[in-house]
Design a protein around this ligand. Structure first.
Ligand code: PMP
Length: 369
């Protein structure tokens, strides 16, 4: 028998061959600005509330959790309604372990063998990987030079490729680009005119946007889904809680693929405690938005090309030798992300002190190289 020493030696599925697992390097340096996390740890009174709610949940850990997470979905629906002004009910909301799992459940339901998903590159790599992981053919449409979506080219791609699922990411990772409401309306209509197409609008970063949420577009668009997460604005990446809003039939449909009791009682209790502190946590978002805008301005003052950002991160360049700039910034103790976009790097907005360290590191890096 031949030795099996790595993935390539294994009879894995064709669509996974040659792909790399998703994940940024986890290096131990003083300033970590590479994974779009919220730099503020949870306030002490929230930590105490989590401990209380988890203790209550622990008493019943001999039982399975609420399989339908009704209390949590009710609170998430109230958050969406309160923060966007667009009424959403618990029947329209579904929750899972991070929005990655949400996207996976949607793709298990609406993608799969013989089906196609379309996204616009560069975009969040997990849209591609989850599509492949669920046996869905993944195709990429182009973006303009400024990373906005070329609407005419997008409509042409919808007509040519006839996808079953269309991914729109607003604000887009890794570019920070928000989609105009009119563009989403046009692409939704164009997709439906070809065939019934699930349109997933990934709003993981929307709380940081200068633009309002696209949630109200759900009205009259039964095949639109808006995905959200508590990993960014709620500063709870370690919690693993993502959710979506859509017409209730879409929530019913994902019940066919979700694992029973997928959301542990501890997760549900922790998320409920965090939602009690929504106002405090969204206060940090305001600080991060102004820090994000400061980073954009200061990088532009250095003469760099900076993509307009509606997220908690900023894409900047252009560099001849992107890897060397990444390394020069790292040598000064600051970790940023190379997403493979030619000539560009991405930095997450951190605390003011972390951002100062980053800006100093860039000044030094571009002087040296
Ligand atoms: N969507 C986008 C656009 C993201 O950037 C991320 C996280 N990097 C996610 C979804 C997934 O977030 P989570 O699973 O932590 O909710």
């Amino acid at each position: 028998m031949t030795d099996i020493t790595n993935i390539d030696d294994l009879p894995i599925r064709d669509e996974l061959k040659g792909k790399s697992p998703y994940g940024a390097p986890q290096l131990h340096v003083p300033v970590l600005l590479n994974t779009n996390e919220n730099p503020y740890s949870l306030p002490d009174d929230l930590v105490a509330r989590i401990a209380e709610r988890v203790a209550e949940a622990a008493r019943n850990l001999n039982r399975y959790p609420d399989r339908d997470a009704v209390e949590l979905r009710t609170r998430l629906a109230a958050y969406l309604t309160g923060s966007t002004g667009h009424a959403v009910t618990k029947e329209q909301v579904w929750a899972a372990n991070g929005s990655n799992e949400i996207i996976q459940q949607l793709m298990q339901t609406f993608g799969g063998s013989g089906r196609t998903a379309l996204g616009f590159s560069p975009t969040y790599q997990m849209h591609d990987l989850i599509s492949r992981g669920t046996g869905t053919r993944w195709i990429e449409g182009p973006r303009n030079e400024d990373f906005t979506i070329d609407e005419d080219a997008a409509v042409a791609a919808l007509v040519a490729e006839r996808p079953d699922v269309l991914f729109l990411c607003s604000p887009n990772n890794p570019t920070g680009t928000a989609l105009a409401r009119g563009a989403v309306e046009r692409l939704y209509d164009a997709a439906q005119s070809v065939k019934p197409t699930l349109v997933i609008v990934d709003e993981a970063y929307v709380e940081f946007s200068h633009q309002p949420s696209l949630l109200s577009l759900l009205d009259g668009r039964p095949l639109m889904v808006v995905t959200r997460t508590m990993s960014k604005a709620f500063g709870a990446a370690g919690l693993r809680l993502g959710y979506f809003a859509a017409t209730p039939a879409v929530v019913d449909a994902v019940q066919l693929v979700r694992l029973p009791y997928h959301l542990s009682a501890v997760t549900q209790a922790t998320a409920l405690a965090a939602l009690d502190f929504t106002d405090v946590l969204l206060g940090y978002v305001e600080k991060l938005k102004s820090e994000r805008d400061r980073i954009v301005t200061e990088l532009r003052t250095m003469g760099l090309e900076v993509t307009d950002s509606d997220a908690n991160f900023v894409q900047f360049g252009r560099f001849q030798n992107t890897r060397a700039v990444w390394q020069a910034i790292l040598d000064q103790g600051v970790l940023v992300r190379d997403n493979g976009v030619p000539g560009r790097l991405r930095v997450t907005a951190g605390t003011p002190a972390e951002n100062d360290a980053f800006l100093d590191a860039v000044r030094t890096a571009i002087k040296e190289l």
